[in-house]
Ligand binder design. Sequence first.
Ligand SMILES: [Zn+2]
Length: 130
Amino acid sequence: MALTSEQLQELRQRVVERRRELATELRGDAERLRGEQYGMLAGATHDAGDESVADLLADVGQAELNRDLAELRDLEIARMRLEGGSYGRCMDCSVELGFERLSANAAAVRCVACQTRYERTHAGSGRPSL
Ligand SMILES: [Zn+2]
């Protein structure tokens, strides 16, 4: 079932807002990571134990950052598809995603079946590939 113009308007609003929110979050993350790296450099004399904890924290920060960047990329695709008129269709099989799925995730670009297949075949969302 195709989306009504009201539903489309609502989803467009969500994409725009989430994008703005995420951009702010990412700026904060980048500043925080820079701060942590500076802290690590400043404390370069600490022992190996501290270092591995710092590395671990940096990895966690990186994974968070990757997840946010992946979401931002999806939102960017959603925005382009809203403009191009192809929003709301699965980018793999062209089935209508439906308002229910899109209101749960306005940046969804695939139907559940294709998304599951995509995640199985691609190392996405910072998950290990093995
Ligand atoms: Zn599909």
